[in-house]
Write a protein that binds this ligand. Structure first.
Ligand code: GLN
Ligand code: ZN
Length: 761
């Protein structure tokens, strides 16, 4: 009989209990014991749900109060000196590393592969020495026993290779691998002594492009582990497939099980079967751990059948593609989602049921299989032919697209000349990225409107007041190009998703972004179109208040795609094209209403890069095409801005030029304008607003500091192409610091206009 396994659970709690408990604890309203009780309840509930669903192998030790990478670092005593060093114990030290304190920087945070989860980056030093602190794993194992879970409880740990590769601080982290593997060996001994029979060692870094030396290091490390204790080692990989280089090594490893992601990388299956070590089980990740859709079980069975044919059911483990950390808990309680669409969804709990169903179906004969799959098949078929996933008008429009639909009618030099004439802006024009402080009043009004305590008309009037306020503030500050402030938007993607056809929203579909922070991504289920204008009346209200140009403000198709749960029944590229056309409709309407400047934000362009270098070109090509399609119909004298939220620009610059935006604004202040060096070497044709004020902290930059950054920017970009603006939107800031910082920013721009520009070298 095949067995079923889960690689990891969501941990924020079905009602976000962990978020509440953490934030209460940090605010001093809950003791650490109370926090730990909540955490323990969440773990027990997860295990109980899986046991009830009939899952055979349960993960333990995957839970983390804040982040599993941090927990793994602590497990080997890898703790920065400023956070207490190797000897640090207890929650205060733990949270110091997460959140910092006065004068103590926290660990840096970065994206976990291509997910929207963020992990804390452990810091290595050259003389790092590791020692084991297995308490969490041993305790969680014991706890699962106490709760009476008799299924296989399998400790999960991030493996030594991936841990080192995810760290920063030393140029060659793998010199530490053999020392680290020794400590992992001790962990295995401790777990074996505590009764564990198998351990899941996650090595997601194996799916990235790896060097031979790295892979040889891994082989030694796994050998060390396997030799250390009488415990089965299950090596888990996910988010992409394993290439020949990796598989050649895996073949020789004494593994008990290998887990592969057959949702993202189904094509690896043949090679994986070929390379599976003798006698080892294959854990087939056939249920998507990254998305919210019910699986096509026939497709999954197709893959499972191929495995069974080769190695039999006894060596088969059926699993989600990766940890369920990246999906919400349960769709059962979502009663606001239309029934038709509800049937297509499977969150964490429903995925457990799918696993059990597959385990029963995989060994069954055709008749039994038909019976088991009736319901799932009906739903898959209904989704495939639904009007919601096949909007003829949308499909026809996409089919009719021609190459010229992706290009503006005039080249950039001509456009910029026409725009300068129309706008008549001064040198070094000042502007913001769009949003202004989302004050407690704005949030309260939004909440009351959602609860229907505020009628639509009053809410509308309130928003108009807010817009007027922001316009007056900007005029008083002396900014040149204004924004309406986005008070009507809770979130730059959700706001558009709510008004487009093709999206639904869950009430409880939270997933962890980092620490206690959760996001509730829109779910893009069908063909996308725009029933009517989304932003035009707000723009009109704002422009009517001022003589200065008011930017239209849109979120671009790539960012909407990237920050949603996206339908899995067609390529992302196609879905993105549909979104592009919907946003294009809005752009046309803004332009017709008189907007001279329209900004299309693509905060997530770089985030969408596939993990493997070989897939990146293709992504960049279609993603940028989608942006171009969105803005192509704009008249030459309409100025198109775009904003991007990151600073690693080097390898992206040519692509960014291909966006063909008239003006881009980018994050630059934290790098002290260093990233602008690429603009010296690369002849970038458009205008550029490198953020000179870091909005991520409430600190008000002085005029001296801003002036220095602006001067650096001028040296690299030249004054005639330079805009003056903050790094990003101001919505998380409060008014006092915003006002003060923008006043300094405007002053510096004004001051600089009086200075003769330096001649560029
Ligand atoms: N216009 C948006 C804002 O200012 C852009 C936000 C972003 O790039 N993340 O809030
Ligand atoms: Zn930004």
């Amino acid at each position: 009989m095949a067995r079923t396994a889960v690689l990891g659970f969501p941990r924020i709690g079905a009602d976000r209990e962990l978020k509440v408990a953490l934030e209460d604890h940090w605010a001093g309203r809950r003791t650490s014991d109370e926090l730990q009780t909540t955490a323990r309840e969440i773990r027990a509930a997860n295990l109980r749900t899986a046991v009830n669903a009939g899952i055979d192998v349960l993960p333990v030790g995957d839970f983390a109060l804040y982040d599993h990478v941090l927990d793994t670092a602590e497990m080997v005593s890898l703790i920065a000196e400023r956070h207490g060093g190797a000897g640090a114990v207890g929650l205060p030290a733990h949270f110091l590393a997460c959140r910092g304190a006065d004068g103590v920087a926290p660990l840096e945070m970065t994206k976990w592969f291509d997910t929207n989860y963020h992990y804390l980056v452990p810091e290595l030093t050259a003389e790092e020495s590791f020692s084991l602190r297995a308490e969490k794993w041993v305790a969680h194992l014991a706890e699962a026993r106490e709760e009476g879970f008799s299924a296989v409880t399998r400790p999960v740990v991030l493996g030594p290779l991936s841990l080192l590769l995810l760290c920063k601080g030393v140029p060659e982290p793998l010199t530490l691998l053999s020392d680290l593997a020794e400590v992992y060996g001790e962990l295995l001994k401790a777990l074996a002594a505590a009764g564990a029979r198998e351990i899941q060692v996650d090595e997601p870094c194996l799916v990235l492009d790896r060097t031979d030396a790295e892979l040889d290091g891994l082989v030694d490390a796994i050998d060390t582990l396997c030799a250390s204790a009488p415990i089965e080692v299950c090596l888990a990989t996910y988010f992409e497939g394993l290439d020949g280089k990796v598989l050649r090594r895996i073949e020789r490893l004494p593994l008990a099980e290998l887990h592969v992601d057959l949702v993202r990388a189904p094509d690896q299956l043949a090679a994986v079967l070929e390379a599976l070590p003798a006698g080892a089980r294959l854990s087939a990740g056939v249920i998507d751990g990254r998305n919210v859709w019910a699986a096509d079980l026939d497709l999954a069975l197709d893959r499972l059948d191929r495995i069974v044919e080769r190695i039999g059911t006894d060596r088969l483990t059926i699993a989600p593609s990766c940890s369920l950390l990246h999906v919400p808990y349960s769709v059962a309680r979502e009663d606001g989602i239309p029934r038709e669409i509800h049937e297509w969804l499977a969150f964490g709990h429903e995925k457990l049921d799918e696993l059990s169903l597959l385990a029963r179906a995989v060994g069954a004969d055709d008749g039994d299989r038909d019976e088991l799959l009736v319901d799932a098949r009906r739903r898959t078929a209904a989704r495939r032919v639904s009007r919601l996933t096949n909007d003829e008008a949308v499909r026809a429009r996409v089919a009719e697209l021609r190459p010229y639909d992706y290009t503006r009618s005039r080249p950039i030099e001509q456009r910029l000349a026409a725009q300068h004439e129309r706008l008549g802006l001064p040198e070094l024009p000042t502007t913001t990225i769009g949003s202004f402080p989302q004050t407690p009043e704005i949030r309260a009004a939004r909440r009351r409107r959602r609860a229907d305590e505020l009628d639509a008309e009053s809410y509308d009037a309130f928003l108009r007041e807010q817009i007027e306020l922001v316009v007056r503030e900007q005029e008083a500050l002396g900014l040149d190009v204004l924004a309406h402030g986005e008070p009507e938007r809770n979130d730059m993607v959700e706001y558009f998703g709510e008004q487009l056809d093709g999206f639904v929203f869950s009430a409880w579909g939270w997933v962890q972004s980092y620490g206690s922070r959760c996001v509730k991504p829109p779910m893009l289920f069908g063909d996308v179109s725009r029933p009517g204008p989304m932003t035009v009346r707000w723009w009109q209200a704002a422009q009517a208040l001022t003589e200065r140009p008011m930017k239209g403000m849109l979120t671009g198709p790539i960012t909407i795609l990237q920050w949603s749960f996206v339908r899995d029944d067609q390529p992302r590229r196609e879905t993105c094209t549909q979104i592009a056309l919907a946003i294009q409709d809005e752009l046309r309407d803004l332009e017709a209403a008189g907007a001279a400047i329209i900004q299309v934000d693509e905060a997530a362009l770089r985030e969408g890069l596939p993990l493997r270098g070989s897939d990146q070109d293709d992504y960049v090509r279609w993603a940028i095409d989608c942006f171009r399609l969105t803005v192509a119909p704009a008249e030459p004298e309409t100025q198109i801005h775009t904003h991007m939220c990151y600073s690693e620009f080097g390898e992206m610059i040519e692509h960014i030029a291909r966006l063909d935006a008239d003006v881009i604004s980018i994050e630059a202040s934290r790098s002290g304008m260093d990233l602008l060096d690429v603009f010296r070497e690369f002849d970038y044709p458009g205008e550029i607003g490198p953020g000179i004020y870091d909005i991520h902290s409430p600190r008000v930059p002085s005029t001296d500091e801003l002036d220095r950054l602006l001067e650096l920017a001028e040296q690299r970009i030249g004054r005639e192409r330079l805009w003056v603006n903050p790094d990003c939107g101001l919505k998380t800031r409060a008014w006092p610091e915003t006002r003060a910082a923008l006043a300094n920013l405007v002053e510096v721009a004004h001051r600089r206009r009086l200075v003769q520009p330096e001649v560029q070298a």
